[in-house]
Design a protein around this ligand. Structure first.
Ligand SMILES: Nc1nc2c(ncn2[C@@H]2O[C@H](COP(=O)(O)OP(=O)(O)OP(=O)(O)O)[C@@H](O)[C@H]2O)c(=O)[nH]1
Ligand SMILES: [Mg+2]
Length: 308
């Protein structure tokens, strides 16, 4: 990408992030043009080596001639460009490449808002002819589940000491992970961690129609060890999705979610007139005296909808 193209893309993404009235036109065009990028989510606890790994993967995709985007989503930072200094330095080397684009996104309002924006930004990138979109998020609860919905494949990065993290994230992590990576496997306990994860993956996620078992891969991202295996598995997963028609159904599901979201937002916005807000506040204030339940209050509000 030349400097002009990068600037124009960055501008488009900012319009989407800021809910500009122009965003809708951009997203319309993106939906029309896009749908071919492979969206790869990378999640895991703080400091697990996600950025280091993403950096290795992005470099390999770029070497293979793929137009590659990296979005780092930082739910803990209220600043845009929340990437830490080390990330920046490493990423700078990468972003000077012609076929790589890097963008950080940070929380401005709610986490829900951030993940919706992430979906939109992925759509913009897809519409701009990217082949690969890597999305890095710190695993801090709900957010990685939301981000997983934006991705075609989710890679969870753990380290030999992640036993407690697995306990804390257990159900969620098994549900969303397609590929496990035990990074920092130059450190003690990597093998035990791999065995632990393998036994868990046997019990957990049910891919039903998909012939896939969650692989557990050891890496040392700082020395680029194991990266080739991660790339192989990512490619196998993509081939499998396409072969079993899941590629299409993931995109349809994404489209459906977007439509539902837009309908919900529009209905909700038009419903909450000044009068209805006032009515609600009044009922809340008087609830001690009236003893009305939320069901009765909602019913009254909705009845006003039926009468109009
Ligand atoms: N020993 C060892 N250190 C590693 C490895 N991979 C990454 N690191 C180091 O771990 C630290 C954190 O790496 P990052 O890639 O920034 O981790 P992260 O998961 O992106 O961190 P956050 O985005 O802050 O959650 C850095 O100092 C890396 O150099 C590895 O395989 N082995
Ligand atoms: Mg990082």
């Amino acid at each position: 990408m030349n400097a002009k193209a990068v600037k124009s893309l960055a501008g488009d993404i900012s319009l989407v992030e800021n809910d500009s009235p122009k965003a809708e036109t951009l997203l319309d065009a993106a939906w029309k043009a896009g749908k071919h990028a492979y969206r790869i989510g990378i999640t895991g606890p703080p400091g697990a080596g996600k950025s280091t790994l993403v950096n290795c993967l992005a470099a390999e995709f770029s070497n293979a001639g793929k137009h590659t985007a990296v979005i780092s989503v930082d739910p803990s930072s209220p600043f845009t460009g929340g990437a830490i200094l080390g990330d920046r330095i490493r990423m700078n080397a990468l972003s000077s490449r012609d076929n790589v684009y890097i963008r950080s996104m940070a929380t401005r309002g709610s986490l829900g808002g951030l993940s919706m924006k992430t979906h939109d930004v992925c759509d913009i990138l897809d519409g701009n002819d990217f082949d690969i979109i890597l999305i890095e998020t710190v695993g801090v609860g709900q957010i990685e589940l939301d981000i997983a919905q934006a991705a075609d494949v989710t890679l969870t990065v753990l380290v030999p000491e992640s036993g407690d993290d697995i306990q804390a994230m257990k159900a969620g992590i098994m549900e969303i992970t397609d590929i496990f990576v035990v990074n920092k496997s130059d450190r003690h306990g990597a093998e035990a961690m791999v065995l632990n994860l393998r036994s868990l993956t046997k019990l957990r996620r049910n891919y039903s129609t998909l012939p896939w078992e969650q692989p557990v891969i050891k890496t040392v991202a700082t020395e680029e060890i194991g990266i080739d295996i991660v790339l192989d598995k990512l490619e196998q997963f993509e081939v499998m999705l396409k072969k079993h028609d899941n590629w299409e159904s993931i995109r349809n599901e994404r489209m459906k979610r977007k439509v539902l979201q837009l309908i919900n937002e529009t209905l909700s916005d038009s419903f909450w007139t000044k009068e209805r807000k006032k009515y609600l506040n009044n009922e809340l204030r008087l609830s001690e005296q009236t003893g009305k339940s939320p069901f009765r209050i909602a019913e009254n509000l909705l009845s006003s909808l039926r009468n109009t």
